[in-house]
Write a new protein. Structure first.
Length: 128
């Protein structure tokens, strides 16, 4: 009985440890203020760090991404449900036509550059 209790305590401790370090966080949902079609996304990232967002769009809409820090950040768009994915892009201004109605993921990544190791992005995200 003492062995079983000890084993259960060890398993409980391991489960708690895995829960703290495992699993992927939910992406941030991009939602526009009433009457608006654009938003500025801003966050600090370190080397190779990524920020993940999710947004809903309708087929035929145009997504425009403005990235003033092309030397520090790149981005990509992905949709599992619509079977599409772009490569990471460093364009200052990128326009993309939404191929199908649904949810899309938007990733911003901090490039591995000598300096700065950590920086804040300010990306304008617009859907029309």
């Amino acid at each position: 009985m003492k062995f079983i209790c000890s084993l259960l305590l060890i398993l409980l401790a391991l489960t708690e440890s895995f829960a703290q370090h495992g699993g992927k966080a939910e992406p941030n949902r991009i939602e526009f203020a009433k009457g608006r079609s654009s938003i500025i996304l801003s966050e600090s990232l370190s080397h190779g760090g990524e920020m993940e967002y999710v947004f809903a769009a309708i087929k035929g809409q145009h997504l425009t991404i403005t990235n003033p820090s092309t030397s520090l950040f790149d981005f990509r768009i992905f949709s599992d449900e619509n079977d599409m994915e772009t490569e990471f892009d460093s364009s200052r201004k990128y326009t993309f036509e939404i191929p199908a109605t649904g949810d899309y993921q938007f990733f911003v990544r901090k490039k591995m550059v000598r300096s700065p190791r950590t920086a804040r992005f300010r990306i304008t995200f617009e859907i029309r």
